[in-house]
Every structure is written in C-alpha cells, then in structure tokens.
Design a protein around this ligand. Structure first.
Ligand code: AMP
Length: 192
C-alpha cells in the first residue's frame, strides 16, 4: 500500500515525477491541477467556475477542491494507494484529507518534498508555458504562483515533518535521476 504526496514549488517537476513514481508503484497519480484544467477544457460547470482562479494564479476555494478530491479518492482505483500531486495546499486541506483517510481507516505513508533552485524553476515554467500554450502561465502569474506556494503551502511541510513523513528529494538533474531518488525515498520506512 502506497499513499503518497508530492510537494514542491510550481515548476519543480512534480507532475513528471508524480507520473513516473505512480507508475512504478502501481497507483494512480492524482493531480488536482490536471483535473481543474480538464474541467476547464470541457467547459463543465465546475470548470467555468474555477477558470478565473487558475488564470490569476490563485487557489481554487477549498469548498470546491476538497469535495473533488474526496470523490476522486473514493474511486476504486485509489483504494490500494495513490499519489497526490498538488493537494493538499492549505492547512484546511490537510485537515480535510486527514478526515477522508480516517473514514477509510488509512493514512499517508510518505510525503516527498522536491527541492529546487528557484531561478531554474522560473526558467522551466517559461519553457513549459510556451510548449503547452498554458493560459495560466503569464510572467506575472508565474511569480504569483510562486508567492502563493511559499505563503500557503510551504508551511504544510512542517506539519508533515512533525509526523515523520517528509522525505526531502533533490529535484535538480535529469528526470530519471530524480525519479530514482524519489523511488528510493518511497522505499524507505517513514521516520515516525
Ligand atoms: P498545478 O497544476 O498543481 O500547479 O495547479 C494549477 C492551479 O490549479 C493552481 O495554481 C490553482 O489555481 C489550482 N489548484 C490546483 N490544486 C489546488 C489545490 N489543492 N487547492 C487550490 N487550488 C488548486
């Protein structure tokens, strides 16, 4: 059973690593950002509602995000494990996730914190915005997303550190090298 979170600033390569690691451990990679973008692309009512937040680099309200994650975690493919990418991002999302997991008598195993050089991160984001034509990645928005991460989400690391769950992984280098480091961290027992 593998219940994982991957955290790190926007552009740390979370999405790529999440896919690789999830595949390796045979669990679904669940990216809240991807779910939002898919809803926006399909113009679902939820997508229409959340687009303004993504376009501004702000967080979608917890009321929308939490219910979406609960529904996704209750799907059968997540019963034996999952890797969450981009959730939780606020302290209240941490509490909500604790509650969802408690309902099924499970808990998190590992929290992977990807660490990167901030200049490198911003360069990666510019490159990705160009390649993918992402409307949520203008220069101003890229900066705002970094700020929001350090204000809102970095403090969550302390919460999970206190539980002995956090493994810091150097996110710099080749994708495969980083993936090997992440897999190594996931294979080790939690510190707790
Ligand atoms: P990401 O692809 O993970 O960087 O997410 C892209 C955008 O989706 C974020 O900038 C937020 O607007 C929104 N988003 C993704 N996950 C969350 C979350 N856990 N809470 C609030 N907003 C989120």
């Amino acid at each position: 059973m593998t219940r994982l979170l991957i955290m790190g600033p926007p552009g740390a390569g979370k999405g790529t690593q999440a896919e690789l690691v999830a595949k390796r451990f045979g669990v679904p990679a669940i990216s809240t950002g991807d779910i939002f973008r898919a809803n926006i692309a399909a113009s679902t009512p939820m997508g229409v509602e959340v687009q303004k937040y993504l376009d501004a680099g702000e967080y979608v309200p917890d009321s929308i995000t939490n219910e979406m994650v609960r529904d996704r975690l209750n799907e059968s493919d997540a019963a034996e494990g999952f890797l969450l990418d981009g959730y939780p991002r606020t302290l209240s999302q941490v509490e909500f996730l604790d509650g969802v997991l408690a309902e099924s008598g499970t808990e998190l195993d590992h929290v992977i914190e990807l660490t990167v050089d901030v200049d490198e991160v911003v360069a990666r984001l510019h490159k990705r915005a160009k390649e993918e034509g992402r409307t949520d990645d203008s220069e101003e928005v890229i900066r705002r997303r970094q700020e929001v991460y350090f204000e809102e989400t970095a403090p969550l690391i302390a919460v999970y550190s206190d539980r002995g769950l956090v493994f810091k992984v150097d996110g710099m280098g080749m994708v495969e090298e980083v993936a090997a480091r992440v897999a190594d961290a996931v294979s080790r027992p939690p510190h707790g």
